[in-house]
Design a protein around this ligand. Structure first.
Ligand SMILES: CC(C)(COP(=O)(O)OP(=O)(O)OC[C@H]1O[C@@H](n2cnc3c(N)ncnc32)[C@H](O)[C@@H]1OP(=O)(O)O)[C@@H](O)C(=O)NCCC(=O)NCCS
Length: 379
């Protein structure tokens, strides 16, 4: 299994790290494809917990380690493993994954549901806008000596963030182990700590310029967010501060010159596939009333159907129905709408969601969220 995964991704995972992740695979959560005695494909799911809009937490089957040997590609190994793997997810209402390539998983009912936005700040010229407060309260600490506080802040952050994930202790062990193999050529980990937030970062040196790569910034309050960015942009000898965050990041609004925040790239983060559509749609909160009948197609894994969705005062009721549908969409599109990172209207314009313009606007309003979605961590 490990050999096929390493060959598929071109990376040997350190044994301790592989064991930490492997401990998150529940019984029956791994399948392989074989050719005689040889394992030629692998796919697993991890036992994860996903925060949805409104703060409810859903058990999520986190699909990972998906690889097929280069000698056996495009012969249906992935399709066969996925059919079996999804049959085994009966205690999960939702499944999620990160995609190495964007064309693989839509056919299996997965839609991109969070967005990674890359930001790069020209730190040297950056000045805070005069109206922005200077709350202070940030300490320079060694992360491992403040593990309890960091875990507590992260826990609060993930419970208020759609896309947030519970972090099991074995994964925290990996974070604090700060292994050389995880540094991507950067320094050991630095940590800035506030009562309501933290930033962990590494320094990378190239062409006589030092740049800060923030590996995680979690802020539970707007003050903590501002205080942490003031500290990061106070790192005098660094040229830039880079971070992967969500598209609604407020950093440009803090600065006198918002052009100093460049947006070098953007990529899908978490992909979602609903396994129990009524349970998942009922779990989140909504921003506007809605009454629709959804016809959801899921051609390959066969999980769709027709569902009446009624939203009143922020809460939904959803059940299978025989009534005529007024919204037609693929399960992958429903997954993309779920955390609020994508709206219905552009899908309607692309003819990937079929309904009246009025219905698309109603879907936009109902599925909107207060806080932007962000994937807790990669898996
Ligand atoms: C991605 C991967 C697992 C696909 O495995 P596979 O056994 O070749 O896939 P299948 O033969 O079951 O393909 C199923 C369908 O998906 C399509 N497909 C598979 N991989 C694809 C890709 N990378 N891009 C576009 N389409 C792809 C196939 O063409 C096929 O379509 P069809 O049914 O219309 O013919 C394999 O190429 C691999 O191991 N890649 C390297 C590691 C990797 O990227 N893993 C995914 C991690 S998220």
């Amino acid at each position: 299994m490990a050999l096929i995964a390493a060959t598929g991704f071109g990376v040997w995972t350190q044994q301790e790290t592989a064991e930490a992740w492997r401990s998150l695979i529940p019984a029956g959560g791994a399948v392989v494809a074989c050719d005689g005695p040889d394992v030629v494909g692998v796919a697993v799911f991890l036992d994860l917990e996903l925060t949805v809009p409104g703060g409810a937490v859903l058990p999520m089957a986190g699909v990972s380690w998906v690889a097929v040997a280069p000698t056996h590609r495009r012969r249906g190994a992935l399709s066969g493993m996925f059919a079996e793997l999804h049959r085994r997810m009966d205690r999960y209402p939702i499944a999620g994954l990160e995609a190495s390539e964007a064309e693989i998983y839509g056919r299996f009912g997965y839609g991109p549901a969070t967005i990674w936005q890359r930001l790069s700040v020209d730190r040297v010229a950056a000045r805070f806008h005069p109206g922005v407060p200077d709350p202070g309260g940030v300490r320079v600490v060694r992360a491992a000596e403040h593990r309890g506080q960091i875990e507590d802040v992260y826990e609060r952050w993930r419970l208020q963030t759609p896309g947030g994930l519970h972090t099991p202790q074995v994964l925290w062990d990996e974070v604090f182990a700060d292994r050389e193999s995880h540094r991507d050529g950067g320094s050991a980990q630095f940590c800035l700590l506030h009562a309501d937030g933290f930033a962990m970062y590494r320094v990378h040196s190239a062409d006589k310029k030092d740049r800060v790569e923030v590996s995680k910034l979690a802020a539970v309050t707007p003050h903590a967010y501002i205080a942490l960015w003031r500290a990061l942009l106070g790192l005098d000898l660094m040229a830039t501060v880079d971070i992967d965050t969500h598209p609604d990041n407020t950093l440009p609004y803090l600065l006198t010159d918002p052009r100093l925040v460049r947006h070098p790239g953007r990529q899908d983060g978490l992909w979602l596939r609903m396994l129990d559509i009524p349970a998942v749609l009922q779990a989140r909160s909504y921003a506007a009333d809605l009454s629709v009948v959804l016809e959801v197609s899921d051609d390959i894994l066969g999980g769709g159907g027709r569902f009446a969705l009624q939203v009143r005062d922020g809460r939904a009721r959803c059940a299978p129905t025989d009534a005529e549908a007024d919204v037609h969409l693929d399960l992958s599109v429903l997954g993309s709408l779920y955390l609020g990172a994508h709206r219905a209207s552009p899908f309607a314009a692309a003819h990937r969601l079929r309904c009246s313009a009025e219905r698309a606007r109603q879907l936009d309003a109902a599925f909107a969220t207060d806080g932007p979605a962000e994937l807790g961590y990669g898996f």
